[in-house]
Design a protein around this ligand. Structure first.
Ligand code: SAM
Length: 214
């Protein structure tokens, strides 16, 4: 947790009650240790989507469909393409999209998001929430699919606060922390992006793709 637990818990109490399905998914994720986005972060994403009203959202990392259902609910006119590599999670996500009544607006692309999408796919919102070590690859791969003025949201970019430490004692995590720090530097200095880092949940970034200058 990167924020004070007390404050985080307090923020969560201010988030309106979710549908029965979303609350079931929260419980399942907790019990089965399935990584889903934190409540305060998805509420912020919901607010941003409500303001920006994107029409075509690309999500990298579906898991069991929790965040995709939130986003579909936030913008009822949006179509969502979401990518997932794990076959068991894919099956559960498809079932959950059916239960949420959003199956007709959500396309689940099954396989490795590192392989990209055909050029005709266009988006006005990109949400990165899969393998943290691959974020730079994902950004390079999918930025060309994003319209000028399109938005990018990335989760876990403060990685439990470890990115702020000079030396990471945990030898196993250190290479991943290094990659996230490199990604954060890359993204915040990217000539086509205007980016802010928001210390909520596990750290969210919010970027807007600048229009091309003619
Ligand atoms: C943090 S979870 C996604 C959580 C989801 N966005 C939510 O909040 O409900 C990350 C997911 O990315 C998937 N993933 C990891 N590497 C991937 C890849 N190369 N291509 C597609 N999916 C991948 C994992 O299987 C995992 O289910």
């Amino acid at each position: 947790m990167i924020t004070n637990n007390l404050i985080n818990d307090y923020i969560d109490t201010l988030i309106p009650k979710r549908s029965e399905l979303l609350e079931t998914l929260e419980r399942e994720a907790k019990e089965e240790k399935i990584p889903i986005i934190q409540l305060s972060s998805i509420q912020l994403i919901r607010t941003l989507l409500t303001a920006f009203q994107p029409k075509r959202i690309l999500e990298i990392g579906t898991a069991i469909g929790y965040s995709a259902i939130w986003m579909a609910d936030a913008v009822p006119t949006a179509r969502i393409t979401t990518m997932e590599i794990d076959p068991e999670r894919i099956n559960r996500a498809l079932l959950n999209f059916e239960k949420a009544g959003v199956r007709d607006r959500v396309e689940l692309v099954q396989g490795d998001a590192g392989e990209g999408l055909p050029a005709h796919y266009r988006f006005d919102c990109l949400f990165l929430d899969a393998a943290k070590g691959q974020y730079k690859n994902y950004l390079d791969l999918y930025l060309p699919h994003l319209d000028d003025g399109g938005i990018i949201i990335c989760d876990n970019i403060l990685f439990r606060g470890l990115v702020a430490e000079d030396v990471v004692d945990n030898k196993r995590l250190a290479p991943l922390v290094h990659k996230v720090k490199e990604f954060n530097r890359y993204m915040t200095n990217h000539s086509q992006l205007e980016t802010s880092i928001i210390p909520i949940g596990d750290g969210l970034s919010f970027s807007v793709r600048r229009g091309s200058i003619s």
